[in-house]
Design a protein around this ligand. Structure first.
Ligand SMILES: Nc1ncnc2c1ncn2[C@@H]1O[C@H](COP(=O)(O)OP(=O)(O)OP(=O)(O)O)[C@@H](O)[C@H]1O
Length: 377
């Protein structure tokens, strides 16, 4: 069987690269096609480094050729990424010296396990040898001090180049600053927006973080003032969304993603983590009960074309580990620790892909409250 190049072009005119309106040939993604007998090599050039879009394009090309040209064709797809050097609406900003990646962890709805995921991600990254900081910016319910068992500690003041700086408290290999260090445990946190923003700015810029590979920021739930103020002050590398598979949580996660994707904000979403994906009793790890629904966050990731970073089950010991200040990521080879490790690998992989494909994110310059319209989306 000798394959005809024109037939291949026609088949590829029926499909498009995920997220693009035009078909692959029209959009210029198909760079070259070579055929030898029943073999065909397709060269694709994509403008996004996202792994899931790359994989989907490969599979779609194979399917289109097998369906419309020859079912037994031997297809090879070469994918090259040529991301635009500067996407529109992104303004160049100054990175914070010494901090390589700033990852914001967000959730639409409260109580879905954002702080638990952030704490475990931080410990797991530190276990892998990365230098990690955690900024707990959840002004309504700071919990990093409990999750890292540093409730009684306070950041010390140190001199750096003649300036007084706050030294983050360290435990489990993670440098921590939390709004919780500056409030009494039994005190309700009533911050006015500008006060909270000022306190957070001090924890970011007047702190001696040193060299960090990752600074994770545990954001408050929702899409409010604190998010805007953090994104204004800091060049966020990307955002990780945490959601349970439940519809009410997914609806809010969607709003959160819409906020990051808003033109004036434009923070890349690294992916979605599904927390409390299913309940599993410790003694019966093979029994899975989908009490909040099945694969909700995974499906949302697919719909929004955002990488799915993995799932964390609802396990009593994850809650207990958080409460005693020893995140489950510190456990050796338990199913929970393995699930966290798998999520961590995905976060690292997607962060690397993001950094290869896009220029550094800038601190966003929001000059009007137009950014707030994201909450209406
Ligand atoms: N996978 C899990 N298994 C068991 N318990 C969990 C899991 N994830 C979170 N929890 C528990 O659920 C509760 C809420 O979690 P967490 O505080 O991390 O949520 P959050 O989204 O950060 O909440 P907030 O809205 O206060 O910021 C905590 O008691 C925590 O220990």
């Amino acid at each position: 069987m000798k394959l005809n190049k024109q037939d291949i072009y026609k088949a590829l005119e029926k499909i498009s690269v995920s997220g693009e309106g035009q078909n692959m040939v029209e959009s210029g993604a198909v760079k070259n096609i070579v055929t030898f007998g029943d073999e065909v090599v397709v060269d694709l050039e994509l403008t996004t480094p996202a792994l899931h879009i790359k994989k989907r394009a490969e599979v779609d090309v194979m399917k289109a050729i097998h369906e419309h040209v020859y079912a037994k064709a031997k297809v090879k797809v070469n994918v090259k990424v040529n991301a635009p050097s500067k996407p529109k609406n992104e303004i160049k900003g100054k990175p914070i010296p010494g901090i390589k990646n700033i990852v914001a962890v967000a959730s639409g709805k409260g109580g879905v396990g954002k702080s638990t995921v952030t704490a475990n991600l931080a410990v797991s990254l530190a276990n892998k040898g990365f230098k990690v900081g955690l900024l707990d910016a959840d002004i309504y319910g700071p919990s990093a001090t409990i999750m890292f068992d540093v409730e009684r500690e306070r950041p010390l003041s140190v001199q750096v180049n003649g300036k007084s700086k706050m030294k983050p408290v360290e435990n489990h290999g993670v440098k921590i600053l939390s709004i919780g260090f500056f409030t009494q445990p039994n005190q309700a946190v009533i911050w006015r927006g500008p006060m909270a923003a000022k306190a957070l700015n001090q924890m970011i810029f007047d702190a001696d973080w040193g060299e960090l590979d990752f600074l994770l920021i545990d954001l408050p739930p929702g899409t409010g003032d604190i998010h805007l103020s953090i994104m204004q002050s800091l060049p966020i590398t990307g955002a990780v969304m945490v959601s349970t598979p439940q519809n009410v949580a997914l609806a809010d996660a969607k709003k959160g993603v819409a906020m990051f994707r808003q033109e004036s904000i434009n923070v890349p979403v690294i992916g979605i983590v599904e927390n409390m994906a299913y309940f599993t009793p410790e003694e019966l790890p093979d029994n899975k009960y989908y009490i909040f629904g099945k694969h909700g966050a995974k499906n949302l990731a697919e719909d929004l074309e955002i990488p799915f970073l993995g799932e964390l089950p609802l396990v009593q010991s994850i809650r207990e580990a958080g409460d005693i200040g020893r995140p489950a990521a510190l456990q050796k080879d338990t199913p929970s620790a393995q699930a966290i490790e798998a999520i961590t690998k995905q976060v690292v992989q997607e962060t690397v892909a993001r950094n290869q494909g896009l220029p550094p994110t800038e601190a966003i310059k929001i000059t009007t409250m137009a950014g707030c319209s994201a909450v209406k989306k």
